[in-house]
Ligand binder design. Structure first.
Ligand SMILES: Cc1cc2nc3c(=O)[nH]c(=O)nc-3n(C[C@H](O)[C@H](O)[C@H](O)COP(=O)(O)O)c2cc1C
Length: 188
């Protein structure tokens, strides 16, 4: 059976991270479920020129963030993993405090209570103490925080290569190891 992953894009800068993750999951044969928040749609349009409809072509199922009766609103909905990429500080706060006001926060709440893999890719700078405490809270509750902070040691030449250094970390925590992914093998 295909693995099922729920990908959520929220209104933090870095929509391209979500776009590239969706493309990879598609080629890896995952069953992809997608939620884009209202502000996720705005930043997607502003930063990449893409609409959420265009993004939907990478997903098998798409839900409105307001549809709290959709499958991912229940812990009984079978999912292997959930990724919020990029994750805004507002969505992070909702998840950290169990304040499930939309389908993204509710699905994350379910992932935590069902002890499923939940990966958050936050983007904000600088961080205030509330952001840092919220990252600690979700980590204590079982989520994996992978900050949207690209690495430079693989000497990226394009924005896509920079972005992929973050996306590859996410894929690796989903159990997908790409041959093309940069791997540090020690200094020669
Ligand atoms: C162009 C743009 C860039 C933004 N960048 C960030 C960001 O990097 N991090 C963040 O936490 N919020 C950012 N925001 C603010 C969020 O979009 C805002 O807090 C929103 O309420 C998040 O809602 P959501 O989590 O439901 O998508 C940005 C907003 C805009 C319009």
């Amino acid at each position: 059976m295909k693995k099922r992953v729920l990908v959520c894009l929220t209104g933090a800068s870095g929509a391209i991270y979500g776009v590239r993750l969706l493309r990879e999951l598609n080629t890896e044969g995952y069953e992809v479920h997608l939620i884009v928040s209202k502000w996720g749609e705005e930043t997607l349009k502003y930063e990449t020129g893409m609409t959420s409809e265009e993004l939907s072509k990478y997903a098998d199922f798409t839900y409105s963030e307001n549809d709290l009766a959709a499958g991912p609103a229940s812990g009984s909905f079978p999912l292997d993993a959930m990724v919020v990429i990029p994750c805004s500080m507002k969505t992070l706060a909702g998840i950290a405090h169990g304040y499930a006001e939309n389908l993204i926060a509710r699905a994350a709440d379910c992932s935590l209570k069902e002890r499923r893999r939940l990966i958050l890719v936050p983007r904000e700078s600088p961080l205030n103490l509330i952001h840092i405490r919220n990252m600690a809270a979700v980590t204590e509750a079982g989520a994996i925080v992978i900050p949207a902070s690209p690495a430079f040691w693989a000497k990226p030449k394009t924005i896509e290569e920079l972005v992929d250094s973050v996306v590859e970390r996410v894929l690796s925590h989903l159990g997908i190891s790409k041959d093309s992914a940069a791997k540090w093998t020690g200094e020669s």
